[in-house]
Design a protein around this ligand. Structure first.
Ligand SMILES: [Zn+2]
Length: 304
């Protein structure tokens, strides 16, 4: 009996310890980053393989990106409650990926206003079924309770908003990782929330927008604000230089290497052989690097 109990206890401890907790980074007095897992969506990370921004004001909380599932949204809310009891008033969806918006329903039930660019909302509407089917295959039971809920306030290219004395500027400059990506600028702290425009610590994936050239342009516009600090879509908060190395320079690197191949009448096979080892330090390098080279080749060959 004791052995059975001990086994049950061990299994329970194992399942508890496997759950991935969001790491809380305090970036400024009232600004936090919640940093999720760097690897693929799973039962343990509830789909939150992403970084989320939180701004606490006297009138409530602004959350950037609601998580990939109902339970993922609840996990984000519980992390926020460790540093404030203020309610969540505004949720901004910075892009079209599941972890940017599929937790919306949880937060709208708490009375939050959900904001996204028009392009991002259209992307959510187009890909909701596809994203839920994909998540179902990876999360199983951890997806329970997840229902698509679309933004109730949208903007075309620019929106200014205020809550509790905090001013934010939202910009949709064009597609980056997804069609409707936005950046969120907080002038008072010079912090930029970039969503999937910036990947730190892990390798970016050329996303559903399939438009890496526009991603480069969007990054340049983001960088022109000269932010003191970046809260990215994946990985840890950083200064702009770090984000530039991990995201922007990698995109430029791929563009230059593929241009060389095209100039020499090379093909897709040559793209897959590009030596990307200088970016091997980024998580998921093994699974993503080759696919990125192929995606960049496809786009550049089309334009050539
Ligand atoms: Zn993402």
């Amino acid at each position: 009996m004791f052995r059975i109990m001990a086994f049950v206890l061990c299994s329970l401890l194992a399942s508890v310890s496997m759950a991935y907790e969001l790491k809380i980074h305090k970036v400024d007095d009232n600004v936090y980053a919640l940093v999720g897992d760097l690897s693929q969506r799973s039962t343990d990370n509830l789909g939150n393989n992403s970084t989320h921004g939180v701004i606490v004001t006297d009138e409530g909380v602004i959350l950037i990106d609601s998580g990939a599932s109902y339970l993922g949204a609840k996990q984000i809310h519980e992390a926020i409650q460790t540093f404030t009891q203020q309610s969540i008033k505004i949720v901004i969806n910075s892009g079209g990926q599941d972890h940017r918006w599929l937790g919306n329903d949880y937060f709208q039930q708490l009375g939050a206003t959900i904001i996204s660019s028009l392009e991002a909302k259209a992307d959510h509407q187009n890909r909701a079924d596809e994203q839920l089917a994909f998540l179902e295959s990876l999360l199983g039971d951890s997806l329970k309770g997840t229902k698509p809920f679309f933004a109730t306030q949208t903007f075309d290219t620019e929106l200014k908003l205020s809550l509790g004395g905090v001013d934010l500027e939202l910009y949709h400059f064009g597609p980056a990782h997804t069609a409707g990506d936005s950046i969120i600028w907080m002038p008072s702290t010079r912090i930029m929330f970039t969503g999937d425009v910036v990947y730190n610590n892990r390798m970016l994936g050329i996303g559903p927008a399939r438009n890496f050239q526009s991603w480069i342009d969007v990054f340049e516009k983001m960088a022109s604000f000269k932010p003191d600090y970046i809260i990215p879509g994946h990985g840890n908060p950083s200064v702009l230089e770090t984000a530039t190395i991990n995201t922007y320079q990698y995109l430029l690197f791929l563009r230059a290497k593929v241009a060389e191949i095209l100039d020499n009448d090379g093909g897709m096979v040559d793209a897959t052989k590009i030596d990307q080892s200088e970016y091997e330090y980024l998580e998921n390098f093994e699974t993503i690097a080759g696919r990125n080279a192929q995606a960049v080749f496809e786009q550049m060959e089309f334009d050539y």
